[in-house]
Design a protein around this ligand. Structure first.
Ligand SMILES: [Fe+2]
Length: 129
């Protein structure tokens, strides 16, 4: 069994670095959610998520084009889904004073790491109790 990144050689290292960032971000949000203080960190979380979208998605999608990756359509659809969800959660965060948004954002990121960001022993790396 080979992961799709195996096709990309050294480039996969950069993808791994970007992936670790989203993992660290999710762990950080988890700490705040557990303390009921997610509202304090959500601005930072969303800023980082937009940065992740700008850097990581573009980087991956550029590799897909260069390497004619066979499953790029499905993968890019998942990126577009992620962008729509982040936009919706961010809008809710700005417009509503709802303490559940932090929790919802955390669950969304956890799902993303599990379903989209495969490999890396993701579950073991997350310090979720
Ligand atoms: Fe991706």
């Amino acid at each position: 069994m080979s992961h799709w990144e195996d096709q990309f050689g050294d480039k996969a290292l950069s993808i791994d670095t970007q992936r670790r960032k989203i993992l660290a971000l999710t762990n950080e949000l988890s700490k705040y959610v557990k303390q009921g203080k997610a509202a304090l960190i959500l601005d930072k979380i969303f800023a980082n998520l937009y940065d992740y979208i700008e850097t990581h998605f573009k980087y991956e999608e550029d590799l897909f084009r260069r390497f004619h990756y066979h499953d790029s359509k499905n993968h890019i659809d998942e990126h577009e889904f992620f962008i729509r969800q982040v936009n919706r959660l961010h809008k809710d965060h700005l417009e509503k004073d709802d303490p559940m948004i932090g929790c919802e954002t955390f669950n969304f990121l956890l799902n993303w790491l599990t379903l989209h960001v495969k490999g890396l022993g993701t579950r073991a790396s997350l310090k979720i109790q």
